[in-house]
Design a protein around this ligand. Structure first.
Ligand code: ADP
Ligand code: S3P
Ligand code: MG
Length: 416
């Protein structure tokens, strides 16, 4: 789960000062995004593009969420026509990555939201369709209906935050999110049960399907937010997904990158192939010759199932995703990165290698590699939490990208 820090300065200068402090903070590399709560500003910003550029200069490549929380949904901005205008103006600067748009469910005016969302997208922005109630939690059925209504606007992220009055409220919200996420596994979701009672909801995204959590460094923007240092520790302890798995076709660089990543993160490193080679005292090539692929796949799955519950870097064989049970296991226990490369890259990297893959023995040509890759690529994509486009990137470029993705998803070991 990626951590998002809200910025709530009352003036432009205060926001920029907070961001300067944030940039120097030891936890800055761990952030997924910074949320600028525009409604906290006491005065409308005259030169919004300049202000946002100042923000961007301070946060570098971190994602920026521009949020105007209105007085209808727990914020300070008076709802009206200018709500849409300010959001569009912000996006016209081309600087925010996301615009948070409060979507009113069950009232007329759907067209205004649709228009605004279309405009944000046309300007190159992404949309978080959000819905908050700081006083209550709707029942399970209504939570589910709200999620459907929010997703009917085709936003990039759906966000729902409610205040619980009883324990059941927390569970209902989480359950509604879980069901929604199972229905739309590739869509992103943030579900929050607020206050002390709901604090667990901010930590258990693996269970509830929630992708990100708002945390505090300089004070909370909504009740129940964890302090970043608490969040990092607790999330790691509670999450079933403790490992990091590198997936991809033969030659995509799994073994190479996993080995180096393990050193960088001081983590144990496992290769399903190496475990099997040791167990059977023979190379993978010899195993294929003696026992065939079917037997190899059985043994490979067996070894994989032993790899849960520990922090580690895992480099499985490229064919691990062929079995559904393996894909599910990987999704449940690992943050999965798909190293995506073209058939040309595979051919170039594996031609002349001593470690000849048995499945490519008579197939070291573009046509056969392409065909085999096409049979697998949907499985890699389905299993991946992140896709790293590897063509043309050096090993060290891949490592740098991997490290920041893992930090931003609270997966790399805390060095703080
Ligand atoms: N980013 C990269 N750029 C260039 N060569 C690479 C890169 N990553 C891996 N390689 C090389 O490609 C070959 C296959 O890499 P390997 O890690 O064994 O892949 P896999 O485990 O996915 O089959 C090795 O010779 C390795 O040095
Ligand atoms: O893709 C595959 O089916 C295989 C990939 C190999 O590992 P690498 O992906 O590390 O080459 C190895 O497990 C075996 O030869 C089968
Ligand atoms: Mg390998």
């Amino acid at each position: 789960m990626g951590m998002i820090v809200p910025i709530q300065g009352k003036t432009e200068k205060e926001c920029l000062d907070i961001l300067k402090k944030l940039r120097e903070d030891q936890y800055f590399p761990y952030l997924y995004a910074v949320e600028l709560r525009y409604d906290f500003l006491e005065k409308r910003v005259e030169k919004l593009a300049d202000f946002l550029q100042g923000v961007r200069n301070l946060i570098g490549e971190k994602k920026l969420i521009f949020t105007i929380r209105t007085n209808r949904q727990g914020g300070f901005y008076p709802f009206g026509k200018s709500y849409f205008q300010e959001n569009i103006l912000a996006m016209e600067s081309g600087i925010p990555d996301y615009i948070d748009l409060e979507v009113e469910c069950g009232i007329s005016g759907r067209e205004s939201w649709k228009e605004c969302i279309a405009m944000v997208k046309r300007l190159g922005g992404k949309v978080i369709a959000s819905y908050h109630d700081f006083h209550r939690t709707p029942d399970l059925k209504e939570c589910e209906a709200i999620l459907e209504r929010l997703s009917s606007y085709s936003p990039d992220i759906v966000k729902m935050a409610f205040m619980p009055k009883k324990q059941e409220d927390v569970l209902n919200l989480l359950f509604a999110g879980r069901r929604w996420r199972d229905k739309y596994p590739k869509k992103e979701l943030i579900t929050i049960s607020m206050g002390e009672m709901g604090k667990l909801s901010r930590l258990c995204g693996d269970l509830s399907g929630s992708s990100h959590s708002f945390v505090q460094i300089f004070g909370e923007s909504a009740p129940g937010q964890w302090k970043i240092e608490e969040y990092l520790k607790l999330h790691r302890a509670l999450s079933a997904r403790k490992g990091i798995a590198l997936l991809g076709f033969m030659g995509s660089g799994k073994s190479t990158l996993a080995g180096q990543l393990a050193v960088m993160g001081d983590l144990p490193y496992f290769e399903t192939d190496a475990v099997l080679e040791q167990e059977f005292s023979m190379s993978i090539k010899e195993y294929f010759q003696k026992f065939g692929e079917e037997s190899f796949r059985r043994e490979e799955s067996r070894v994989l199932k032993k790899m849960s519950g520990r922090e580690m870097i895992l480099s499985p064989g490229g064919g691990i995703v062929l079995k559904e049970e393996n894909r599910n296991f990987l999704k449940n226990y690992f943050f999965c990165v798909y190293l995506k490369v073209s058939p040309e890259t595979v051919l170039q990297r594996l031609s002349g290698t001593k470690n000849l893959r048995p499945l490519l023995q008579d197939k070291m040509n573009l046509t056969d590699i392409t065909e085999m890759m096409e049979r697998r690529s949907a499985f890699y994509e389905e299993t991946a939490d992140y896709i790293l486009e590897g063509d043309g990137k050096s090993i060290s470029e891949c490592l740098t990208e991997l490290q920041s993705v893992l930090l931003e998803n609270a997966f790399f070991p805390a060095q703080v």
